[in-house]
Write a protein that binds this ligand. Sequence first.
Ligand SMILES: N[C@@H](CCC(=O)N[C@@H](CS)C(=O)NCC(=O)O)C(=O)O
Length: 242
Amino acid sequence: MLVLHHAWRSSASRRVRLCLAEKGLEFESRTVDLTKMEHHRPEYLKLNPNGVIPLLILDDGRSLYESGTICEYLDETHPEPPLRPADPFARAVMRNWIRHVDERIGNLIVFNWAHSMAKVASQWSDAELAEKMKNVPSKERREAWLRAARRPYTEEERGEARAKLVLLLDRMEEMLGQSKWLVGDAYSIADIAVVPFVKRIDEEIAPDAMTASQHPRVAAWWASIQARPAFAKANIGPFTSA
Ligand SMILES: N[C@@H](CCC(=O)N[C@@H](CS)C(=O)NCC(=O)O)C(=O)O
């Protein structure tokens, strides 16, 4: 059986759960507590040297990381229902969109890590913090942890991050003017990639931007996504609940 190392509120994990749910694939859930730095333990880093979740362990024991890659792999190995356009050009556009969304993760971190991550990290002593930082493989994430622990993002920084996330909605509005879903006329990994971002924009970061008057096509797209049985199955709950 597939084993998913993930967290219920992690955006990248949510993508993979959405994909698994669309495919009707069951998995064994292994939740990773990020505040306990379980994803930076040596045995975890051996499987995912990036030190992030999600991580999918396949039936034969091999493992995969990177949510976009995992979703593509699942679509390749379980083609029904298809989650990638058949046309190679449209597939390439889908991949570029996933990359575009991935590159905006820093803006989401500004908001997401202000909750449980900051609450726990701010309690660490300087010595504990320094020790934990030794195991964080990337400079960007070390900086994110240091910010969560010691220097909360300023209102100005939050404003800048919010504006960049709203730009993502502008881009989606344009794409949805050209096709029913983000890439072509079928729901795909391009849509899945952005769902966790839109969820957070809608519930906390910029709910006003999600109204039909601001982004009518995105609002309709979001309503259709939430009506999908896979959305309920993937357990994309409110971010701030326990
Ligand atoms: N590009 C990666 C991003 C994964 C990622 O950033 N995961 C976050 C949770 S959504 C994480 O593990 N954060 C903990 C950390 O950076 O220490 C993917 O799509 O899988």
